[in-house]
Design a protein around this ligand. Sequence first.
Ligand code: A5P
Length: 245
Amino acid sequence: MKRIDPTLDAAKRNAAIRAVAAVENKMVLGLGSGSTASVAIELIGARVAQGLAVTGIPTSERTAALARKLGIPLTDFSKHRRIDLTIDGADQIEAGTLNLIKGLGGALLREKIVAEASARMIVVADHTKQVKQLGDATPLPVEVVPFGWERALEKLQALGAEAALRRVGDAPFVTDGGHFIVDCRFAAIADASGLQDQARRIVGVVETGLFVGLASEAVLGRDDGVTVLERQTPAAYSPPDFARL
Ligand code: A5P
């Protein structure tokens, strides 16, 4: 989803600059997807060029290509089961809970695997992504297996969504994992955790773009600065003392 508003571009950059300041030498990083995360990756690449030693686990093929171009060494879960810090974007950020909707860029599955493995996840976004309650203006992307997607879509509709298969032209959009995406428009999502559980119980649903309790903080950029939001509910994941694998 490309935005050409220069004010928003400055906002994204300010958010990325603030988040990348948290990157330290020797960290294993989760590298997010989307336009804001890409700015952060470029900033990390510039620091790597100056001698910063980090490795990254990319959340999409597109991000992997960008990281390689910038000379950021890549790794995977065969070598590192835990990630020190992930910097990723979001489509909606709920103030207070920091629950998220992600996946308008189509990378939600790898993004969630990486977020869940991370001791700390900083969300970077322009200020327009903050909402009081998830849903409404932004559809919830749900990744489904291609076989029988029509049935999964019907069951998602039964949960109250206006649901549509994401397409590129006439063809279904296909994720890096070879799945389809059903975009589900809910009027408002009052119980993100409950909806996540219900959606995951549908046969054929691989994962949803609801990120509940995964973000540690959110850096919301404006053209003249940032606001940092912290989660006001307990963490879903307590990191162990990191012994690098
Ligand atoms: C990718 O699948 C998404 O989860 C992105 O993180 C999200 O779409 C945010 O992208 P922008 O930073 O481009 O808005």
